[in-house]
Design a protein around this ligand. Sequence first.
Ligand SMILES: [Ca+2]
Ligand SMILES: [Ca+2]
Length: 464
Amino acid sequence: MTTMRTIRATIVLLALAFAAPLGAAVHLVPVVGGLASPVFAGNAGDGSGRLFIVEQGGVIRVLQSGAATASVFLDIRSKVIAGGERGLLGLAFHPQYASNGRFFVYYTRSGDGTIVVAEYGTLSDRNVASAIETTLLAIPHPINANHNGGMLAFGRDGYLYIGVGDGGSANDPPDNAQNLESLLGKILRIDVDRTASGLRYALPPDNPFVNTPGRDEIYAYGLRNPWRFTFDRVTDVLWVADVGQNAREEVNMPVVRGGNYGWRAYEGSSCTGNDPPLCNPANYRFPVLEYAHDEGRCSITGGSVYRGNRQSLPGGTYVFADFCSGEIFAWDGAAQTVLLDTPGNISSFGEDEHGEIYVVDLGGTVSRLAAATSCTYAIAPARETFAMAGGAGSIAVTAGDSCAWTAATGDDFLFGLKASQQITHRKQLREPAETLPIFYERARMLGARLGPVLFQTPPWAVPT
Ligand SMILES: [Ca+2]
Ligand SMILES: [Ca+2]
């Protein structure tokens, strides 16, 4: 009969600790992975509970509530030039989408890099879009690949708001953002339910430059690259995050009709070297919050104002991120705090129909931002025996959705890995219990005692 030994071991299961030095305790609940460079997530507002995800290369995917994978809703890869800051960048559903099936996309066009805002429809199978495109706006953007903007959203006024970058390069050489005859470096606002002569849309009569010099589409100006903006679904206030040059990342709120947000005279609240004589603060609106390029931060990703009912965050909290550092921040009206420090490149945020906030990682994952909850774990088998010569087995770890754990070895056995190493795992939605291989090496068992191994939930240890 084989001699058995007790393996004296200590395995620790710990909730994966994200730095949350100041803010509320939150974590990310993965919703779907395996995406190709996702840059946006949003909902159709049609009560279907679906989440729509934009992939930069030119595909929109639809994720049914509770599903593990997202199917193709629209594929316009042949129309899109993608990479860097280009691609299929934005998506907005018409406020009456449930009845009319209309939605709008923002992309950089293959061939010439022109910014296109186009309309599509939905087939009777509501999970498939029509391939017929109607171009509403085509904004030439021929010289530089960067600063395309990319955000679309409807305001409560029923108009479509469009965030357009300054045309690229650095320091806006043509001064597009301050030029009211250019659509670059602006927030535009158009009426997609009517048409004006020669246009596929109409101009809201109270746009600030209607009947005065300046393009009638302009709503606000002086922006560098308003990559992401959001409307607070309770107050309808418009929050615009503007990506900075080399120094300051900023959030502007409220963004108002006719407002001048400073670029290229100002970067954040700093007078740039571009046009020093124009640095008269009385002529501009300044950010409600800004931050500098330190600690690896370099590019803001604007987010959402939390208005969900799952108490993921205090109501009214504005959530945003830095693309380079991976940090997710919160602004409560008075202070910026770091909610989470993630290893990802956060390209966007999005909301579901209920106002829960989703985090889009360019690496391929969309996750829901959730309040951290206490996790429970179960480990099976509770007892196991192994041969003196060593052996192999497995342990199944069951944890609540989104609960993370870390398994670490002690000196005298191996847990599918070398001693002193550890593995960390976060359970995803719909994932069954995780089964870990375990291997015992004879050399590691010398000095251990006879008897069964006892596994316990954390702290996971073998009693002597
Ligand atoms: Ca005008
Ligand atoms: Ca500004």
